[in-house]
Unconditional design. Structure first.
Length: 605
C-alpha cells in the first residue's frame, strides 16, 4: 500500500484544524484549501501550505472536485482527507481521486453508493438482517402518491431526503393537511444541500432516541465497533449535545446494537470510519428489539470526539493508518472508560428563534482546561456561507454527573462578542433534572420549552404599556425612595394582562423577566411597535431568497408564511407580523439580501 506523506484537507473550519493536528503529530505535511471567505481562516494559518479554490459559495469552491484534485496535484499531496460534509460522501469524488493516483482517506465509492441513498440502504439492511423502520422508499415522487403513502403508514410521519444528512431535508408531519407544505420545504432544502430532491417517508417513532454506533473496517475485511453515542438532544433535527456511552444502555442492548452495526458494515465491505445510526424507542427502558436502522454515515462524524475520549483513541489517526493498509486491533483490545459529553457551540441567537449570527469575532474566549475543537480564534470572521457551528466543547470524566457539571461550567465560561452563540441555551439544557436523569429523546428541547423565547412578541395582543391607575400618584413604575427604581410594563400574554418587571440593560435595551427567564428587549416604545405589528418584514441576516409565498394585494393573517430565506445552510420562514394586505414585495427568488433588507411591506392601515 502507498505511504502517505502529505495530506490535503478538502474541508474547512474545525474539522480541517482537527485533521491538521493529528497529521502534524504523525509527521505528515498538510495542505489547506480555502475560498474567498476563508482566506485568513485558522485552518489556512495552521496548514503547511494553502491553495485558493474559488469564491465564497461552497458550490463555487469546496464542492468543486476538479479544483480540489488540481490543488493536490499542484502541491504534491498523495492523499486527501474529506472531513465531513462537502465532498466527504461523494462517490464520484472518490473515483476522481483514484483516477488521479491520490489516496482517498475514507471508504470505497461502492460503499458510499450502497449507503448514500436512504431508501436503497434500508432495503439492503433489511436483507442483511438489520431491523429497519416501516415506511415508503419507492421511486414514485408524485406529491399525491407520497401523501397517500404517508396516510397508509399513519401519522405522525417523517419526510427525509434520500441523499440527506445533518437534519437537512427532514420534516416531521403531524397530519395530512400539513403534508404538502412540509414536503415542498424538505425537497427544496434537499435540492439545495445535496442536488437531489427525492424523499422517503417513514413512521415517526414515539419518544425516539437517536443512538449511533461508531464502526471501523480495514482492508482485510476486519470490522470493529467503538461503542455507542447518544445524540438525542436535537433542535430542528440538528444535534446539539452528544454523549458516550448512551444513558441507560445495558450490556444486552449494546451487544445487539453493535452486532447489527457490524453486520451493516460487513454488508457493504466497509473500510474506514463510519457510523451506523439507529432510531430507538425511548418510551421506557432500552430493549434488544426496540431499535431500528436509520442510516449509515460513510465518514467521520462531528461527534467523534466523545468516542475518542472514552476509548483514548485518535480516530483520524486510525483513518490514516487504515488508508495506508494497516490492520485494526481486535475487538477485545478496545476498552471504554468513563463518560464524555460534547456540546456544539453555534453562532446563533436563541432570543430571535436561533437565527444565525455572523460577523467578526472581536472576542472569543473559552476555558483552557477542557478539549475545544474549533476553527476560530479572536479576530476571525464568521461567514454566512457555511455551517453556523464555531466550536465543540468536549469534556471527559469518571461519571456522567461529573461530566455534566464540567460541561455546564465550560459553557458558562465561554463568551463571544459581538457574534451571539447558544452558550446560555446549552447551560439551560444541562441544568434540567430530566437531562441529568438521562430521560432524553429527540423531542427533549421542545418538551421542556428550551427553544422558545420566554417572551414571544407574537403573544402580545393589541396593546402594551403602562397599566391604567387611579391617578398620577397610582403609577409606581420608575418610582424610588431608597434603592433601585422599580419599573414595570404590562402585556397581554395568552389573553391575560400580565405585569412584567423591567430592569435596565446596556445601551438602549431593557430586561424583562417572564417565568424566571430574562429576555433582552428594545426600549418599551420599540417593543410596542413590534407588538402592534410592523409594516415591513426584513431579512434577519444576510441570505438567499428561495421562495416568495405572496404577491402584492394578497390578504394575509398574523404568522402566515411570506418568504423563505436560506442562510448558513439553514432554511428560515419569515412570517407576517399581523393581519393585513401586502402593499409591496421587494425581493425576487434567487436574490441575495443583506441583514435588515426590506423584503415585504404591509399596508400601513
Amino acid at each position: 500500500m502507498p505511504d502517505i506523506t502529505k495530506i490535503l484537507i478538502a474541508n474547512r473550519g474545525e474539522i480541517a484544524c482537527r485533521v491538521i493536528r493529528t497529521a502534524r503529530r504523525m509527521g505528515i505535511a498538510t495542505v489547506a484549501v480555502y475560498s474567498d471567505a476563508d482566506r485568513d481562516a485558522l485552518h489556512v494559518r495552521m496548514a503547511d501550505e494553502a491553495v485558493h479554490i474559488g469564491p465564497a459559495p461552497a458550490n463555487e469552491s469546496y464542492l468543486l472536485a476538479d479544483r480540489i484534485i488540481e490543488a493536490a496535484r499542484q502541491t504534491g499531496a498523495d492523499a486527501i482527507h474529506p472531513g465531513y460534509g462537502f465532498l466527504s460522501e461523494n462517490p464520484a469524488f472518490v473515483r476522481a481521486c483514484e483516477a488521479a493516483g491520490i489516496v482517498f482517506i475514507g471508504p470505497s465509492a461502492s460503499a458510499m453508493e450502497a449507503m448514500g441513498l436512504k431508501d436503497a440502504a434500508k432495503a439492503l439492511m433489511s436483507e442483511a438482517g438489520v431491523p429497519v423502520t416501516p415506511g415508503y422508499q419507492g421511486e414514485n415522487q408524485d406529491p399525491d402518491h407520497l401523501q397517500s403513502q404517508a396516510g397508509e403508514i399513519g401519522y405522525p410521519v417523517l419526510i427525509k431526503a434520500v441523499a440527506g444528512g445533518g437534519g437537512k431535508g427532514m420534516r416531521k408531519v403531524e397530519n395530512a393537511k400539513d403534508f404538502k407544505n412540509a414536503l415542498g420545504s424538505a425537497q427544496r432544502e434537499s435540492q439545495s444541500a445535496f442536488g437531489n430532491d427525492h424523499v422517503l417517508i417513514e413512521k415517526f417513532i414515539s419518544s425516539p432516541r437517536h443512538i449511533e454506533v461508531q464502526i471501523f473496517g480495514d482492508r482485510s475485511g476486519h470490522v470493529v465497533h467503538l461503542f455507542e453515542r447518544d445524540c438525542s438532544i436535537q433542535r430542528r433535527h440538528q444535534k446539539v449535545i452528544e454523549e458516550a456511552p448512551a444513558p441507560g444502555m445495558t450490556d444486552a442492548v449494546r451487544d445487539a446494537m453493535t452486532d447489527a452495526a457490524i453486520r451493516a458494515a460487513q454488508a457493504v465491505d466497509y473500510v474506514g470510519a463510519g457510523t451506523v445510526e439507529f432510531i430507538v424507542d425511548g418510551s421506557g427502558a432500552l430493549k434488544t428489539d426496540g431499535f431500528w436502522f436509520m442510516e449509515m454515515n460513510t465518514r467521520l462524524q462531528v461527534e467523534h470526539p466523545v468516542t475518542e475520549e472514552i476509548t483514548g483513541l485518535d480516530l483520524v489517526e486510525w483513518q490514516i493508518r487504515v488508508a495506508r493498509g494497516e490492520s485494526l486491533p481486535d475487538q477485545a483490545e478496545i476498552e471504554m472508560d468513563g463518560h464524555a459529553i460534547e456540546a456544539r457551540l453555534y453562532a446563533e441567537d436563541p432570543d430571535t428563534d436561533f437565527t444565525p449570527s455572523v460577523g467578526r469575532l472581536h472576542h472569543f474566549r473559552y476555558p483552557d482546561d477542557l478539549r475545544v475543537d474549533t476553527g476560530f480564534e479572536t479576530g476571525d470572521h464568521v461567514s454566512r456561507h457555511y455551517d453556523p457551528m464555531i466550536a465543540k466543547l468536549i469534556v471527559h470524566a469518571a461519571t456522567r454527573d461529573q461530566a455534566i457539571d464540567a460541561l455546564r461550567r465550560a459553557a458558562a465560561k465561554t463568551s463571544t462578542h459581538p457574534v451571539k452563540t447558544n452558550a446560555a441555551f446549552l447551560q439551560a439544557i444541562l441544568k434540567t433534572q430530566a437531562f441529568r436523569a438521562g430521560d432524553v429523546d429527540t423531542g427533549f428541547i421542545a418538551a421542556h420549552d428550551l427553544a422558545g423565547r420566554a417572551l414571544r412578541l407574537e403573544k402580545l395582543a393589541k396593546r402594551i404599556g403602562p397599566r391604567p391607575g387611579p391617578g398620577p400618584f397610582g403609577d409606581v413604575s420608575g418610582w424610588r425612595l431608597n434603592g433601585p427604581p422599580r419599573r414595570v410594563m404590562h402585556a397581554y400574554l395568552d389573553g391575560e394582562l400580565t405585569e412584567l418587571p423591567l430592569s435596565a440593560g446596556k445601551g438602549k435595551h431593557g430586561i424583562v423577566r417572564v417565568g424566571g427567564q430574562a429576555v433582552r428587549i428594545g426600549v418599551p416604545s420599540d417593543l410596542l411597535d413590534a407588538a402592534l405589528g410592523a409594516d415591513t418584514v426584513r431579512a434577519p441576516m444576510p441570505g438567499k431568497v428561495i421562495s416568495i409565498l405572496v404577491t402584492q394585494g394578497d390578504t394575509v393573517t398574523a404568522d402566515q408564511p411570506l418568504v423563505i430565506l436560506e442562510a448558513m445552510k439553514m432554511e428560515m420562514t419569515l412570517k407576517s407580523p399581523r393581519d393585513g394586505m401586502i402593499a409591496a414585495v421587494n425581493a425576487e427568488v434567487g436574490a441575495l439580501v443583506d441583514d435588515g433588507e426590506a423584503l415585504v411591506e404591509l399596508q400601513s392601515d
